[in-house]
Write a protein that binds this ligand. Structure first.
Ligand code: AMP
Length: 213
């Protein structure tokens, strides 16, 4: 099963991608996580991506497309994958369609988690990420057992640099301008499924299970 998670930043793509990984045993591939890992390791890719990310801009397509096409060609993705945060522009979607077509395959589902900008801004302010393992929390919706500390690895929980209110607004503008057109792109391919992102984690998980079967 080949799945794309659509939806604005903060709509819950990552959280639900992880849920699908457990239920369907296919890898989740998050381009944001790949970039953050590269920044942490100080790689060339990380150095190139950092300034764009910190400003709330998209990393240029040429730094993203080959990386994803390469990743979905790996052995663990042969039975399917979930893409979280890719594609984010029409040229990225076209590159993905082309790469899959070359293998005689295509995306099965594009899951669009819908939320208003106001709800996103409110949610992002409470989001926290573990500096150690990258696990995500929310001060109200998904609190850790001990405030500020990761349940999984004991690392410190931090507000992501690009989750500050100004950068979130910028990321939402970028989303509406460059990423939202993908909704129509996948509707035309007949694979778009829309989910109400305000249903809460359980409600959205249930809706996803009903769609994927
Ligand atoms: P995310 O964790 O998916 O919200 O991604 C964090 C940041 O990484 C984004 O705001 C972009 O700067 C960058 N990024 C992640 N995925 C992509 C992509 N597919 N295309 C361009 N930039 C991306």
């Amino acid at each position: 099963m080949k799945i794309i998670m659509l939806g604005a930043p903060g709509a819950g793509k990552g959280t639900h991608a992880k849920g699908i990984v457990e239920a369907y045993k296919i890898p989740a591939i998050s381009t944001g996580d790949i970039f953050r890992q590269n920044i942490k390791e100080g790689t060339e890719l990380g150095k190139k991506a950092k300034s764009y990310m910190d400003a709330g801009d998209l990393v240029p397509d040429d730094l993203v497309c080959d990386l994803v096409v390469d990743r979905i060609g790996k052995d663990d993705a042969k039975d399917g994958f979930i893409l979280d945060g890719f594609p984010r522009t029409i040229p990225q979607a076209e590159a993905l369609t082309k790469a899959l077509e070359a293998k005689g395959t295509a995306i099965d589902y594009a899951l669009d988690i819908e939320m208003s900008d106001d709800a996103i801004i409110e949610r992002m302010g409470g989001r926290r990420v573990c500096a150690g393992c990258g696990a995500t929390y929310h001060v109200v919706n998904v609190p850790p057992k001990k405030e500020g500390i990761c349940d999984k690895c004991g690392g410190n929980l931090e507000l992501r640099k690009d989750d500050d209110p100004e950068t979130v607004k910028k990321r939402l503008d970028v989303y509406h301008e460059q990423t939202a057109p993908l909704i129509d792109y996948y509707k035309k391919q007949g694979v778009l499924r829309e989910i109400d992102g305000t249903l809460g984690i359980e409600g959205v998980s249930k809706a996803i299970k009903e769609i994927l079967g």
